[in-house]
Write a new protein. Sequence first.
Length: 415
Amino acid sequence: MSGCGAEKGLISIDEALSLIQTMPKALSTESLTLAECLNRYLAKEVYSAVNLPSFSQSAVDGYAIHSSLENMQDTIFEVVGEIKAGSESNHQLADGQAIRIFTGGKVPDGTTHVARQEIVKLEADQKIRLLENIKPQADIRFTGEEVQQGQQLADIEQKINIGALAALSMAGIQTIDVFRSPKVAVVITGDEVAESPEDLQVGKVFDANGPLLKAWFKDYGIEVEILHIADEAEQVTQCFERLKQHYDLIITTGGVSVGDYDFVRPCAFETGFKQIFWKVKQKPGKPLFFAEYTESIQDVHSDRHCYLLGLPGNPAAVYVSMQIYGKALLDALQNQRQPLQWFSAILMHELNSDARERFLRMHAYFEQGELKLQSLAKQQSHMLSNLMHANSLVRIPANIKLDAGQEVSGIFISN
């Protein structure tokens, strides 16, 4: 599955994605309070603890009434009380009676209709007149009409986004079983990387990869350890030896190519990692490296795994690789193995061919009902400034010159 040389032996983007989505073992599960589960994936089905609504209630501000008439227009009703949301009423409405009620208020026994206040006229002596007829059971939310107690609400692998969290909370769910969030360490290699302005000497550059990756994982609710290490084999080996014991995933930047100071691969092998693949026929991110460390735990009769995703050092390659492969790996560790959702859009300009597939940063926009794409300048792997305007990564096939008006595939950038 590995390859060296200029282009020979490189695997395709689809092969690399397939390996990243299928090879990792899902992490263990844990039971957490609902508030702790944003962006997690369910490990067990969830069933509603209550009916929704839990009681029959008014859908509007108005009057609950009891009437046996088929046509109630101009009918007079006696108002016998008031019910607001959150209050209890012991009223039993008799024919010809009404009670003032507000949205969400529990409808009293004997209610046949709810009349919204816009079609009601107040009369003297605590009476009301209906200005138009209403249908039976109008504007009543009935017990369990949305969800029945015990009904399945969510399946395994459901992502708990904000909407799902709110829906489960409304259904009385307090705790759920989810896949554990990965413990992640980020290793920034390179003697040329300055950790702070004080370190910026001639020949050094500001660190973009550390802030990029810290923010990227924070957006997924994961706090990461960021380490900067020199281009020295001993340091890299010691780093991997320590991290593999405590983390599920190690992300490295730089040091994965074939230079004299590229130590990530040989040091990974020295510390027990097994290569899954190295080098992908793509631009940027050709020397992408993916490996696994497995350790048998005798006491629990199971294996512990640590995965290493080695990214090139150029920041645009880091960004693109995380959007395509980093997200897929993060999902796979939480047992989410769905393929990427590619969109199709119309290219608004021509593009020259290249020997490798490319991911280009572009701006996608709708015009006259069509999704269109405008490429951005400064696409080199060391350049990031066009990310101020990019909202998509577009996959450009290899060895094909594209004309304006042709369709291409892409993904929207979510962070």
